[in-house]
Design a protein around this ligand. Structure first.
Ligand code: PMP
Length: 428
C-alpha cells in the first residue's frame, strides 16, 4: 500500500476492527465472482457471498437500478410514502411464508435482531430469551447479549436474561458422542429442564446454520422438536436468516425450511446479501407481533429508496436466474469435490454445509483438538493462490468458511476447489 493505508487504519480505527491476512488487502473493484486488490492482483471470491455480495460483483442490473434511483432521490423520510420500500416489503412478505406478514427494514443484521428482540420482549412481556450456544447475532448491546459465541459475548452486561441451549453444533459438546436421535432427545430434555426453572421466555432465536460459528447445524429434526416444546408454551421462534436466506442453502429459500419445522417461524430476520452490498436488514413478523409496539418508527435510514432499489433489482435477478437452483447444483458439486480432497488431508475433520454455504473443520491430525493455526495458514495459502475464503468456528476459529456469490459457475467452482486443494495439502 503506497500511502500506508494500513498504518493510517491502525492509527485511527479501533484495535478490534480485525483485518484478514498478515498483509491486509485493499479491494478496489470487482466483477462477477472476482475482485481485484490495489496491487492489481485478481482473486476468485469464495467469501463475498456472506460478507456483502450475494449475487455477483458489479452486476449491471443492480448498478443501473441504483444509479437511476440516485438520480431521482437517495432517501426521503419514513414520514412519506416510499414506493420501492412498499414494493420490496410486499415481495419479502410473500416469500417469507409467514401468514399476515409485516416487514420492517433496518440497515444491518444487528439492528434487525435488536428489533426482533424489542418485538418479542414487548409482545410477551418478558425479557428472558433463549439462544443457542455458539451463536452469533450481532454486536449491539442486546444482540451481543444473545450471542453465545464466547469471543463476542459479554452477556453479563446485557439487559436481557439469556439462557443458552445446546444443539447448534452436532460435533462438539456433551452430547456429541450420541447418535442423531439420542442427540436430539438429550437437547430436548435439556431445553425442557431449562424451561422448568425459569420465568417464561419471550422467544428462542436461532440461526438455521450457525454462520460465524463455522457453518455448523443441528441434526435434521432437532429444531422441529424444539419448536413443538416452545409452541406448547407460547414461546416465539425467531429464525436469524442473515446468512442462510435467499436460497443460499440450495434446497430451500430460507434456512428454517431445511429443518422440517411445523410451519414458518413467528419472526425472521434478514440482512447482508439481500442488498448485494447495500446496507439492508429487516424483520418479518406476523402482524399482531409487529404491531405490538406503540411507536412512530424506530429507524431513520431503514428502507432508504436507494437501498430498496438495489434490493429489488437483486431479488429480481436471483429469482429470474434461479440462483437457488444454482446454489444447489454448483454447491453440491463443490462439496463433493472438497470431501474427496478432505479424505486425503489428515487435518480435515469434517466438510459440511448446504448449497453454497460450506464449512471445513480442521483439527490437529489424529485428535479432536482445534487447529486455528492451520485455519490461518490455509487462508494465507489460498490468498497466495488467488482465492479469498473465510474463517470461523466456535471458541477457537478452527473452521474455513466458503460462501461465494450465488451465481458461481462450474468452471469457477473447479478453479476455487483446485486452489483450496493445494492450500489444504500445504498444511500436512
Ligand atoms: N446474524 C447473523 C447470523 C450474522 O452472521 C450477522 C453478521 N455476521 C449478524 C446477525 C449481524 O449482522 P450485521 O453485521 O449486518 O449487523
Amino acid at each position: 500500500m503506497t500511502d500506508d493505508l494500513l498504518g493510517r487504519h491502525r492509527a485511527v480505527l479501533p484495535d478490534w476492527l480485525a483485518l484478514y491476512y498478515e498483509e491486509p488487502i485493499e479491494i478496489t473493484h470487482g466483477e462477477g465472482r472476482h475482485v481485484w486488490d490495489s496491487h492489481g492482483n485478481r482473486y476468485l471470491d469464495f467469501f463475498g457471498g456472506i460478507l456483502t455480495t450475494m449475487t455477483a460483483h458489479a452486476l449491471p442490473e443492480i448498478t443501473k437500478a441504483v444509479s437511476e434511483q440516485a438520480g431521482r432521490i437517495l432517501h426521503s423520510s419514513t414520514l412519506y410514502l416510499n414506493r420501492p420500500m412498499v414494493e420490496l416489503a410486499e415481495r419479502i412478505a410473500q416469500l417469507s411464508g409467514i401468514p399476515n406478514a409485516r416487514v420492517f427494514f433496518t440497515t444491518s443484521g444487528t439492528e434487525a435482531n435488536d428489533t426482533a428482540l424489542l418485538l418479542a420482549t414487548t409482545y410477551r412481556r418478558s425479557n428472558t430469551v433463549l439462544a443457542m450456544r455458539n451463536s452469533y447475532h450481532g454486536r449491539s448491546f442486546s444482540a451481543v447479549g444473545i450471542t453465545g459465541n464466547r469471543s463476542w459475548s459479554p452477556t453479563s452486561l446485557s439487559p436481557l436474561q439469556t439462557l443458552y441451549v445446546h444443539g447448534g453444533v452436532r460435533s462438539r459438546g456433551p452430547f456429541a458422542h450420541l447418535d442423531d436421535q439420542g442427540f436430539i432427545e438429550a437437547c430436548v430434555d435439556d431445553l425442557t429442564d431449562l424451561l422448568g426453572h425459569t420465568r417464561p421466555p419471550a422467544a428462542l432465536i436461532a440461526e438455521p446454520i450457525q454462520g460465524v460459528g463455522g457453518f455448523t447445524s443441528p441434526p435434521d429434526g432437532l429444531y422441529a422438536a424444539f419448536r413443538e416444546v416452545l409452541q406448547e408454551r407460547g414461546i416465539l421462534w425467531i429464525s436469524d436468516e442473515v446468512q442462510t436466506g435467499w436460497g443460499r442453502t440450495g434446497e430451500h429459500f430460507w434456512g428454517w425450511q431445511a429443518h422440517g419445522q411445523s410451519g414458518p417461524p413467528d419472526m425472521l430476520t434478514f440482512a447482508k446479501g439481500i442488498g448485494n452490498g447495500m446496507s439492508i436488514g429487516g424483520v418479518v413478523a406476523r402482524a399482531e407481533i409487529m404491531n405490538c409496539l406503540d411507536a412512530n418508527s424506530i429507524s431513520t435510514f431503514g428502507g432508504t429508496q436507494i437501498t430498496m432499489a438495489a434490493g429489488l433489482a437483486n431479488l429480481n435477478y436471483l429469482l429470474e436466474h434461479d440462483l437457488q437452483g444454482n446454489a444447489r447444483r454448483v454447491g453440491g458439486m463443490l462439496i463433493e469435490r472438497l470431501r474427496a480432497v478432505a479424505a486425503q488431508v489428515p487435518a480435515v475433520r469434517e466438510v459440511r454445509g448446504r448449497g453454497l454455504m460450506i464449512g471445513i473443520e480442521l483439527a490437529r491430525p489424529g485428535t479432536d483438538e482445534a487447529y486455528p493455526e492451520a485455519a490461518s495458514a490455509v487462508l494465507e495459502a489460498a490468498r497466495e493462490g488467488g482465492l479469498l475464503i473465510g474463517k470461523g468456528g466456535g471458541h477457537d476459529t478452527s473452521a474455513l468458511r466458503i460462501a461465494p456469490p450465488l451465481s458461481l459457475n462450474v468452471a469457477e467452482a473447479e478453479e476455487g476447489a483446485a486452489i483450496l486443494e493445494r492450500a489444504l495439502r500445504s498444511i500436512q
